[in-house]
Design a binder for this molecule. Structure first.
Ligand SMILES: C[S@@+](CC[C@H](N)C(=O)[O-])C[C@H]1O[C@@H](n2cnc3c(N)ncnc32)[C@H](O)[C@@H]1O
Length: 365
């Protein structure tokens, strides 16, 4: 899609691509930020961008060299792809994650408020030491997604929190005057069984409890002697891998997730040498016929978008990476009806368990 800004045309695409034409690579909230920034004088190397999903703002503001805080591998790929497609300058040190320090003082920060307000809190917490007394944080959101917790969280970090009027169904929260704030924990603890507590960074899937679908799947994973190499696909905090490790010590377990905070959380929960971590959104790094078993509670939404295309893409790649005779076990909401898609990919797809809400499929290659 093209966007004109100050007589320059930008071409911004989504990664991964989507067949759904209603899904766009930027929103009115992003345009609202540009409109607001137009009246400000922003110096080079003083701007930080958070949650710029496809790189819309990174491209348009490229001249002032923003630091891009990127917490997803797919986001990193999308930003790089669009920066390259628009022949803009890229420097690797301008991409950091929420857990790594920003390499300069931040005079202005732009945060597209994520759906997980826990993640919003984590990002404000991590940004805080890089701000100076006069720094401004511009937070954008679509009005339909507003929650009173948004300003409440912001007020924990800033003395002055103002909300703008709506423009194209979006609004901004303008945060000024940073407050003195003590370093706090950015981890949640989740109880799993009597003696196991999992840790995860704010914003990682299922913050309060171990997900019900994951519990259901765990009850139906029975590893055997043939399971030497296993993949927990879309691992989140690593709960499926933790349960599998409790069953079997003599196997290699790989965990992969698109979310940096998820993979860093999983590292806190599994520390043995035969567990391997992959911060990625595709299985490209794995050879064909590599795994004996792949288990997954797959993603079906990203932020506010519901979309099963990512999960279907992962199933396709899972098939390639499974050995002949290997299996993919997937838990899903019954209404998603993955069976039709899985049947096209796998020689044998069986429904091995179901309850009122979820179904578990086992697919054999
Ligand atoms: C439904 S959650 C399951 C998390 C965890 N396995 C559990 O059971 O609690 C799906 C996970 O898939 C991850 N994800 C989304 N897109 C992905 C992709 N393309 N590749 C790998 N992981 C992805 C999300 O970050 C999320 O952690």
């Amino acid at each position: 899609m093209t966007f004109n800004h100050n007589n320059k045309q930008f071409n911004i695409s989504r990664y991964p691509k989507s067949e759904n034409r209603s899904l766009r690579p930027w929103s009115a909230a992003d345009e609202h930020v540009l409109k607001h920034l137009a009246g400000l004088d922003i110096a080079t190397d003083s701007l930080a961008l958070y949650n710029d999903r496809f790189g819309f703002l990174s491209c348009i503001l490229n001249k002032i060299a923003p630091t891009n805080v990127v917490d997803y591998k797919s986001q990193e790929k999308a930003c790089r792809m669009n920066i390259k497609a628009n022949r803009l300058k890229t420097t690797t040190d301008q991409m950091v994650t929420s857990l790594t320090p920003i390499p300069h003082v931040v005079q202005t920060a732009v945060i597209k408020i994520p759906k997980s307000l826990d993640l919003f809190r984590l990002q404000l917490h991590q940004l805080h030491p890089h701000l100076r007394a006069k720094s401004v944080v511009i937070c954008s959101f679509m009005t339909r997604n507003f929650s009173p917790s948004m300003p409440a969280i912001a007020e924990a970090f800033h003395a002055d929190v103002e909300q703008t009027k709506a423009w194209k169904k979006s609004r901004l929260l303008i945060l000024k005057k940073k407050k003195p704030v003590k370093k706090a924990s950015i981890l949640n603890n989740l109880k799993w069984k009597e003696d196991i507590v999992l840790q995860q960074y704010f914003g990682v899937f299922s913050a309060e409890n171990i997900d019900t679908a994951s519990r259901f799947l765990i009850d139906h994973i029975k590893l055997d002697d043939t399971d030497k190499r296993i993949l927990d696909l879309g691992s989140g905090n690593g709960i499926l891998a933790v349960a599998m490790r409790a069953q079997k010590k003599d196997c290699d377990i790989h965990l992969m997730d698109d979310s940096f905070l998820a993979i860093e959380s999983a590292k806190l929960n599994l520390t043995d040498e035969r567990t391997h971590f992959h911060f990625n959104d595709t299985l490209d790094e794995f050879e064909d016929d590599f795994f004996d078993r792949i288990v997954s509670n797959p993603p079906f939404h990203f932020e506010y978008e519901n979309n099963i295309e990512v999960a279907l893409g992962l199933f396709n790649q899972a098939r390639r990476c499974l050995k002949d005779g290997g299996r993919l076990q997937v838990v899903a909401n019954r209404h998603l009806n993955y069976k039709t898609h899985l049947r096209k990919l796998f020689d044998k797809t069986t429904n091995i368990a179901q309850n009122e809400k979820f179904v578990i499929y086992e697919c054999m290659k």
